[in-house]
Design a protein around this ligand. Structure first.
Ligand SMILES: [Zn+2]
Length: 472
């Protein structure tokens, strides 16, 4: 991994006042729109523009543990996300997006490589994405982009294979502690710092980015940590309230970033994407957190594309899509080569069909998710859990002995509370066939199973401190 330019010493911030920063956002917004208005057909022209003018930057915002249904623009009643909502209203919002797993590493391996978990095989705490895999940063780097990743989640650290293609891939040093972190207080291994550090690193990068096209990946962690600043409004004291407060805080940091993009006149040549690796459970099915099952509260994630122009009105896409579709779509929009062996597809034809009012949309595809139950168990075998969604039906299948199935009608029962399998086993047969094919055809496109890495006890403790149970 090279670290030329954007030296890591720049990431040592101390004492910058976030309140000042957020006040600046409002000032930038007063400058008025810095993006032209365009119709959806302009989406189809971006690839040609970028091939000819080579002028499109890409900012990829990954908000760890963000449920779609907790954002205003996805229908939430609380005002958790004013900046994200504004971005979505002038862009493209996908209403029904399924993440391919419910913990960071498996899900991010799918997101980056556009392959299903069964294919990339990065399923357990010690699995590593091999160098033979192609990641989007490698394609962007090859195309001349400066590639910068700033992250705070230990599951995406270089050791697990996620730095491939990045010129700079850093965890920002913790600045002055201004956060109230809910869950981790008192834990000596708790994640230090906050997404303010990550935001300040990003603002510093933008200040010095120069004329070269860039790809900037920011992996926000404060929602995962239920961490927030006193400047964000309180919604109450229960876990879901603190979670909402952390979303509001993260949204204000996204607002600060957008303000900086406006300040540097980058909005009309930057494609912005907001996505999440999984959601979070609040006892809808008896458990809290994530990485323990595959129910909707942990797999329904947001996806927002914000092109370098304003769509008025913005587009909302109802068809079910998945996180493996994200990078095929972005590379298509940028006019760059696709990921080899991808399980995903570009969503551009779907967006254009929707925008044009076409009655014939690209056919809906079955969408898969997978989790190894016991992925953090050092000694015991893991048990695979799968889900397949097709139309309004969703089957969840566990390979315990004996196998266990659940079937849900998402149209009538979006919260997946009423298991139909006991009465509708025959109806589930088609979905079971899809799952059998999913497993039977599993094969990494790069022809190599995941590597296994030794993780020292100290690092395991740090990962445990993220709230995961990695058992001894
Ligand atoms: Zn995560």
């Amino acid at each position: 991994m090279a670290t030329r330019g954007f030296d890591s010493y720049r990431l040592y911030f101390a004492g910058s006042a976030i309140l000042v920063l957020i006040a600046l956002v409002a000032q930038f917004e007063l400058r008025g729109p810095s993006r032209p208005v365009a119709g959806p057909e302009a989406l189809a022209e971006l690839a040609t523009r970028n091939r000819q003018q080579r002028d499109l930057n890409l900012v990829f915002l990954l908000v760890d543990t963000l449920r779609a249904d907790r954002l205003g623009v996805y229908g939430y009643e609380r005002p958790t996300s004013p900046h994200i909502d504004a971005l979505a209203r002038q862009g493209v919002l996908f209403e029904d997006v399924v993440s391919q797993s419910t913990w960071t590493k498996t899900s991010m391996a799918s997101l980056w490589t556009a392959t299903h978990p069964a294919n990339h095989g990065v399923l357990r705490f010690d699995h590593v994405l091999p160098d033979a895999a192609t990641l989007p940063a490698e394609i962007l780097s090859e195309a001349g982009y400066r590639t910068v990743g700033v992250w705070r989640n230990g599951w995406v650290e270089p050791k697990f294979g996620f730095a491939q293609g990045f010129d700079t891939y850093v965890r920002p040093a913790a600045g002055a502690e201004r956060m109230r972190v809910h869950r981790e207080s008192g834990n000596p291994n708790a994640l230090t710092g906050s997404d303010e550090d990550l935001t300040l690193a990003a603002l510093d990068f933008l200040e010095h980015s120069g004329d070269r096209r860039f790809f900037l990946y920011l992996h926000y962690m404060d929602v995962h940590q239920y961490a927030y600043s006193e400047s964000s409004p309180s919604f109450g004291t229960a876990y879901p309230d603190l979670y909402d407060r952390a979303i509001h805080w993260t949204d204000s940091l996204v607002g600060a970033l957008l303000g900086a993009l406006r300040k540097h006149d980058l909005m009309d040549r930057t494609l912005i994407v907001l996505a999440a690796d999984h959601g979070e459970a609040f006892r809808e099915h008896g458990v809290e957190g994530h990485g323990r099952d595959l129910y909707r509260e942990t797999t329904h994630v947001p996806l927002i594309l914000s092109p370098p122009f304003r769509l008025e009105p913005g587009l909302r896409i109802a068809q079910t899509v998945s996180n493996v579709d994200i990078w095929p779509t972005l590379l298509d929009l940028l006019g760059l080569p696709g990921l080899p062996g991808s399980d995903g597809r570009s969503l551009l034809p779907l967006v254009l069909a929707e925008a044009g009012g076409a009655t014939a949309q690209p056919a809906e595809r079955p969408v898969f998710a997978q989790l190894m139950l016991g992925w953090g168990n050092v000694r015991r075998e893991s048990v695979p859990l799968f889900s397949v969604t097709e139309g309004s039906r969703r089957l969840i299948a566990s390979q315990e002995d004996p196998p266990r199935f659940e079937l849900y009608d998402r149209a009538r029962d979006p919260q997946e509370q009423n298991d139909l399998y006991p009465e509708a086993a025959e109806e589930a047969a088609e979905l079971q066939r899809l799952l059998e094919a999913y497993q039977r055809d599993a094969n990494p496109p790069w022809g190599q199973a995941p590597l296994v890495v030794e993780i020292e006890e100290l690092r395991l403790n740090q990962l445990r401190a993220l709230g995961y149970s990695i058992e001894r």
